[in-house]
Design a protein around this ligand. Structure first.
Ligand SMILES: [Zn+2]
Length: 256
């Protein structure tokens, strides 16, 4: 008997909550690292801070992968497919990528000549404001690096598992219009090479679909799809903007 799987199922929601809880822990631990940066000694202390954040990303990224693997295995059992499969855990992101992302997050900390027209308003702020901004950016960077490992684990498992046929994107009710637009596409078959496009602070998840299962959009995703078809699809080149407006007008975007 074909079972159904949806982007809004209880296991999907639980997995998102678990991954979000990790995000909160990453943010909490990162706030504790802020004092490593000493404004009078940026050259020596920013690299130390980057190394400390990198260690956190490694630690929480491994936890994100492990959570995703448990979720995948439970979903596989629930789908009652045959044969054994060991979920390969996604590798941590390359060290250079983590470092360059964090250097980007910290770039406005460095002293600039206030008279230089190239100096941006962000770079003219007092040090404590720039530190807070850098920390906020770094938290977002770390969130994505950590969450990507969980998402990559599920996508790679779908790719390798002969009993998996597709994956779907699950966007939270509070997700942005970009993520909702991708989520209404439903199941993406594993032979399609579609990439999972995530942004910083994106909490979208990957839902595996197994042989014999039918993927169905949740009620809320069906409503997003209806809005997309009615208000955005006919307007080539302007669809995301129109979709965002339709979502907002129908109460499907969080108030900012
Ligand atoms: Zn998202």
């Amino acid at each position: 008997m074909a079972t159904r799987v949806s982007d809004g199922g209880p296991a999907v929601v639980r997995q998102r909550q678990a991954q979000r809880a990790l995000t909160r822990l990453v943010a909490r631990d990162m706030r504790g690292l802020r004092r490593i940066i000493i404004p009078s000694r940026l050259g020596a202390t920013v690299p130390d801070w980057i190394a400390a954040v990198r260690a956190l990303v490694d630690q929480y990224g491994a936890a994100s992968s492990a959570l995703a693997a448990d979720y995948y295995e439970a979903e596989r059992i629930a789908a009652r497919v045959t044969g054994r499969f060991t979920v390969p855990l996604a590798a941590p992101p390359p060290q250079e990528r983590v470092e360059s992302s964090l250097r980007w997050a910290a770039k406005d900390l460095w002293p600039r000549d206030p008279d230089d027209p190239a100096t941006t308003p962000a770079q003219r702020q007092p040090m404590d404001v720039r530190l807070t901004q850098a920390e906020k950016k770094a938290e977002a960077v770390a969130q994505k690096l950590v969450a990507d490992q969980g998402r990559d684990t599920v996508r790679e498992a779908v790719r390798q598992d002969r009993q998996a046929t597709a994956w779907a994107r699950s966007a939270a009710l509070g997700a942005c219009s970009f993520c909702k637009m991708l989520a209404i596409r439903g199941a993406v078959f594993k032979q399609d090479t579609a990439d999972f496009r995530a942004h910083d602070n994106c909490h979208c998840g990957v839902v595996p679909v197994f042989r014999g299962q039918r993927f169905e959009l949740s009620d809320h995703a069906r409503e997003w799809e209806r809005l997309y078809r009615e208000f955005a699809a006919p307007h080539s080149g302007d669809q995301l903007r129109r979709f965002r407006r339709a979502l907002a007008e129908h109460g499907h975007l969080p108030a900012l």
